[in-house]
Ligand binder design. Structure first.
Ligand SMILES: Nc1ncnc2c1ncn2[C@@H]1O[C@H](COP(=O)(O)OP(=O)(O)O)[C@@H](O)[C@H]1O
Ligand SMILES: [Mg+2]
Length: 492
């Protein structure tokens, strides 16, 4: 088919499908031929006849024509010439040439130019004409449909591409540095390090208690770097038993274990050229630690059940809320893997260690919840903000986020958030870090100091969950803390 199928032409031909017969135009100077063809086709189609090219063109202007049959040899305008003009008026109509004797030259040219679909030699059998016309219209119908489907597909593809681009920008925006709130000195240092490592490919270990934003930081580092156009895949290493985790990360060959019905690509391969985020890496078993070490050393992975290794180009970001130096001391974590992971460490301080960030975060989440729930809460009363900033937030930013969300949900059409709206455990009296009430009056100084030390160490351990950080918090070296605990008979 010629590709001159304009939308209007397609519509014209299609509207006649099913409900109405197709319109067919026959052009010949011999009236006997017109009559005979009209007889052959008139039963099935709506036939128009013209005894010259000029008259044929007039009919084309007025009528919806799906197929044209024209004689090549006519006085005045010849068939080929007529078709050239017909194309301008109705490019989608199928053109069939009638030819009495073999004027091969002009015929071949016309066919090759795509101007005519087929020719019928005189004399013809009526059945042959009917069949030719039917086939031509069917082919035309199919071609029209294909053109429309192709156009629809192209349009859908374009739309998907546009959507994809939009989503990618959305993701980049959502995981941008500016979505990480914080202006405390500690967070400012975090941002500085993030910015530096984002430009590089170095392996980063993000440490910090749960809810401090490790996920957020991992994504932001990826989306600020050169790999942002490639994938970021995250795997929580604590979520799966060892074999499944191995298959998830490294892939497997079919049949390598029960349930492995087909080959499967691992996340390291899926993340090729991108970034893999190994969350809770401290929870991995010794076997997995060896395999991770191998990827970090050689950039090579071996799918379960396969004898071949594959090279991958993947940036690794890992995170943990565990005290890995402690785990190393307890032989739970490989020291060599730790140093490979911790080329750069980004430590996210607990929220209670940077209370100056709390008002910023609280307003940030308030704005977000206002928008999400269609509320117009202006802010917090001073007393409510006092409680928020003095609370210890063992769940860190996540807990604060949940608290604000809960409060906004229950706030109705209140103007601002008051102490009464906060959760009971936050509303309660601010915690005191320790009290002297228990110091027995008259007891000796050393015993009292030891009791105080015990209390402070216990609290520091409880709050930080790790000896390393407890020591940091207490301002003493970790080894001194350990010695002191031994002497004070504090069990870990
Ligand atoms: N600095 C921050 N600014 C804004 N939102 C934060 C910040 N830190 C954490 N969040 C939010 O708190 C929640 C917990 O953060 P996440 O990154 O999952 O913590 P983690 O991985 O350390 O447990 C998420 O909803 C995250 O968007
Ligand atoms: Mg997390």
């Amino acid at each position: 088919m010629s590709d001159g199928t304009s939308a209007a032409g397609i519509e014209g031909a299609r509207r006649t499908v099913g409900e109405h017969p197709y319109g067919i135009l026959i052009v010949d100077d011999e009236s006997a031929i017109l009559e005979s063809l009209e007889l052959t086709l008139g039963g099935d189609y709506h036939v128009f006849t013209a005894n010259s090219g000029e008259q044929g063109l007039e009919i084309l202007e007025r009528e919806e024509i799906a197929l044209i049959i024209a004689d090549q040899v006519m006085p005045g305008m010849a068939g080929v010439e007529f078709f050239e003009k017909a194309i301008e008026r109705n490019p989608s109509a199928i053109r069939i040439m009638l030819t009495g004797y073999a004027d091969i030259g002009s015929l071949v040219r016309a066919i090759n130019d795509g101007r005519i679909y087929r020719y019928i030699a005189k004399p013809w059998e009526p059945e042959e004409v009917r069949l030719n016309v039917k086939r031509a219209l069917e082919a035309h119908e199919l071609a029209t449909e294909n053109t429309q489907l192709a156009a629809a597909l192209r349009e859908a593809n374009d739309r998907l591409r546009a959507e994809n681009l939009f989503l990618r920008r959305e993701v980049e925006r959502r995981y941008g540095f500016d979505q990480i709130i914080g202006s405390s000195p500690a967070m400012t240092r975090v941002f500085e390090v993030m910015e530096k490592v984002a430009e590089t490919d170095v392996t980063v270990l993000i440490t910090g208690e749960t809810g401090t934003g490790k996920d957020l930081v991992a994504r932001a580092v990826h989306y600020a770097g050169a790999r942002k156009g490639q994938r970021f895949v995250a795997q929580n290493c604590a979520a799966l038993p060892d074999t499944l985790l191995e298959s998830e990360l490294f892939g497997h060959k079919r049949g390598s274990f029960t349930g492995a019905h087909a080959d499967k690509k691992g996340l390291f391969e899926i993340a090729h050229r991108g970034t893999i985020f190994l969350d809770e890496v401290g929870e991995t078993q010794p076997g997995m630690q060896v395999r991770l070490l191998r990827v970090l050393q050689d950039g090579e992975i071996r799918p379960l059940g396969s004898s071949e290794t594959r090279h991958v180009d993947v940036r690794i970001i890992a995170a943990t809320n565990r005290d890995l130096p402690q785990d190393i001391a307890d032989s739970r974590f490989r020291e060599d893997l730790y140093y490979r992971l911790r080329v750069v460490e980004i430590h996210l301080p607990a929220l209670r260690e940077r209370p100056s960030d709390i008002p910023l975060l609280a307003h940030h989440f308030l704005d977000f919840c206002n928008q999400k729930m269609g509320r117009k809460i202006q802010g917090f009363t001073n007393a409510a903000m006092d409680r928020l900033t003095s609370h210890s937030w063992s769940g860190n930013v996540r807990e604060l986020e949940n608290e604000i969300e809960r409060t906004v949900a229950l706030a109705g059409d209140a103007d601002s958030i008051t102490v009464e709206m906060l959760s009971e455990h936050i509303r309660g009296a601010p915690e005191t870090s320790f009290s002297l009430d228990w110091v027995v009056p008259g007891a000796d100084l050393n015993a009292s100091v030891d009791a105080l030390k015990r209390q402070m160490i216990r609290e520091a351990l409880e709050k930080t969950g790790s000896k390393t950080r407890a020591a940091e918090k207490l301002g003493i070296p970790r080894q001194s803390l350990q010695k002191m605990m031994k002497r004070l008979k504090l069990n870990d």
